[in-house]
Design a protein around this ligand. Structure first.
Ligand SMILES: Nc1ncnc2c1ncn2[C@@H]1O[C@H](COP(=O)(O)OP(=O)(O)OP(=O)(O)O)[C@@H](O)[C@H]1O
Ligand SMILES: [Mg+2]
Length: 306
């Protein structure tokens, strides 16, 4: 079942004096996010990710189109209450502490008393800012603020998490922690929809991907279907190659390259892999590595960027 169902969603911003100039940010996009999945939302700067996310949260009104969330057509107070949200640039009142920020978020979601105190503590611990829970926001680093805001999104145990660039501003350890947190939320049955520019994070985390470009969806679907999985080429690295073998490979039309004292033969078919390996074994060369290369998300992203 689609937990988020976006249909022909569009947004044109009106700007300037008398709102005469307009910016078409999202041009009628359609995509779904299934319940229990981790979905990555990709696209170059200015492609409309934050605008779309703001419409999902009801922070700005769509110019046209509709969104259904938890089976309810937006705007819906009931659906909104089931969503935890991390904004792109969390604004936190400078004198507020992470504990106060998270407690406020919990209170808005209906938590009170001991449960509120307990859940606030747990959330701050999970995002790694408990040690700075009582420090004013103006004295926190960008990454610490990001963690505190993430704790605020998690505190009420929402069924759906919508995160706008959750890894931005975090150090490598912090990024890994957020990745682990996303996985553990998904294991607990939650649905996660997050935007990012870090393709490797999407590759390692996501089941589904939506790629935007200039306000339009250029790719969407299951990541394995998108990547295909077929081997594009294989690099065979050899050592102790006799002059005879080198010559034979050349004669057969292969183009071996010297690299760091080894010989690398790049081939594109299974038959060629077999041929190079058979000849190398017969000539007593050492096979250092056989490395297949598959299409990566970066390949797909670059293709859609053209
Ligand atoms: N409040 C606004 N008023 C006018 N134009 C806006 C406003 N917010 C965004 N835009 C424009 O809408 C387009 C999409 O912006 P958006 O912030 O949604 O992109 P994004 O994909 O989130 O980019 P990034 O990866 O840089 O965060 C851009 O052309 C941007 O200039
Ligand atoms: Mg953005």
């Amino acid at each position: 079942m689609a937990l988020i169902d976006v249909r022909n969603l569009a947004k044109t911003y009106r700007t300037g004096l008398f709102r005469k100039t307009s910016v078409v940010a999202v041009k009628g996009i359609t995509f779904q996010v299934k319940e229990g999945t981790i979905a990555g939302f990709l696209g170059p700067n200015g492609s409309g990710k934050t605008t779309t996310i703001k419409m999902l949260l009801g922070l700005i009104a769509p110019t046209r189109g509709e969104v259904t969330m938890f089976g309810e057509r937006l705007p819906s107070v009931g659906a909104r209450a089931r969503v935890g949200f991390l904004p792109e640039n969390p604004y936190v009142y400078p004198y507020l502490t992470p504990r106060e920020l998270v407690e406020t978020s919990g209170r808005l979601s209906g938590l009170t008393g001991r449960e509120l105190t307990q859940r606030t503590r747990e959330s701050l611990e999970r995002t790694g800012v408990l040690y700075a829970a009582d420090r004013e926001a103006r004295r926190l680093s960008k990454g610490m603020l990001q963690r505190a805001s993430l704790a605020a999104a998690l505190v009420a145990g929402p069924e759906l998490l919508i995160l706008d660039e959750p890894m931005s501003g975090l150090d490598p350890v912090g990024r890994k922690e957020v990745r682990d947190l996303i996985v553990s939320e998904a294991r607990a049955g939650r649905t996660i929809f997050f935007s990012t520019h870090i393709l490797s994070d999407v590759e390692s985390l996501c089941d589904e991907v939506v790629i935007l470009r200039s306000g339009e969806v250029v790719e969407s679907g299951h990541i394995h279907e998108l990547l295909g999985g077929e081997v594009l080429r294989t690099d065979i690295t050899l050592a102790e190659v006799s002059p005879d073998l080198h010559e034979a490979l050349r004669t057969e039309g292969f183009v071996p390259e010297e690299r760091l004292g080894h010989l690398v033969v790049r081939v594109t078919s299974d038959d060629a892999v077999r041929e190079v390996l058979t000849r190398s074994l017969a000539a007593h060369a050492r096979i250092v590595e056989v490395a297949p290369h598959r299409q990566t998300l970066e390949d797909v992203f670059m293709r859609t960027a053209r």
